[in-house]
Design a protein around this ligand. Sequence first.
Ligand code: NAP
Length: 233
Amino acid sequence: MKHKRPLVVATFAMTVDGKVTTKNLSPVDFTSREDKLHLFRQRALADAVLIGHTSLKRDNVRLGLPTEMQESRVKRGRSRCPLRVIVSNEGRIDHRLNIFQSDVSPIIIFSTKRMPQKYQRALEKKTTLHLSDTKSVNLGGMLQTLRDEYKVRTVACEGGPTLFRALLEQGLIDRLNLTIAPFMFGGAKAPTLTGVSKDFLPASVHCSLSDMRTIGDECFLTYRIKHQRRRRN
Ligand SMILES: NC(=O)c1ccc[n+]([C@@H]2O[C@H](COP(=O)([O-])OP(=O)(O)OC[C@H]3O[C@@H](n4cnc5c(N)ncnc54)[C@H](OP(=O)(O)O)[C@@H]3O)[C@@H](O)[C@H]2O)c1
């Protein structure tokens, strides 16, 4: 019997010209307080929050929640914060990053046996490591493990674009929350939602708009990703 995978909801902010960051991937703060709350609310709804190694490294996020949201989860019989899940193929993850200094929830790393021993030793003190024999992480398998071993039903994917694109190409994104922020950055090398790759997606992905709100100059969109009706580019 095929097991159900968790629901995967991605949340991103982009500029009016479709950029999610600048070309050198420096942390840029281009959204409002309302958007940051929106990101927290999406995180608070999930059983696990998922992030790619580059975003973790660049933004040095802890992936926790404000105290009120933690308390509200506890009142509803849930853990204080969602599990924190990191994906990396190479596994050279610095154990001194902020996330590892915070114990709000368990941290699970999906990587490969390419992770050097030195990194394994440092990280296994603070996290659970899932290291595959493959060259890269099997994302579908990762979601299945989250469901089967950790009872994860909803995953909040917080990027970045490389990880998002890989999930999207494999039909593993169910919903997209997209904030359009009132800026333009330009720059051919600045990543869009699907990264910097010049390649088309294997097939265009059809989205259905399910919600739209505007607050100030920002627009908050929610799309449902249609899995069945993929169109060719
Ligand atoms: N505006 C927004 O809403 C938003 C949201 C998130 C991030 N960002 C920005 O996006 C930038 C980073 O994006 P990015 O696309 O360069 O990086 P990313 O997607 O965060 O991370 C890429 C890294 O994650 C790992 N990874 C990605 N796909 C994988 C897969 N299929 N299997 C296993 N591991 C995988 C690899 O790690 P290893 O290299 O360790 O193998 C890869 O190099 C940052 O500047 C960040 O601020 C913006």
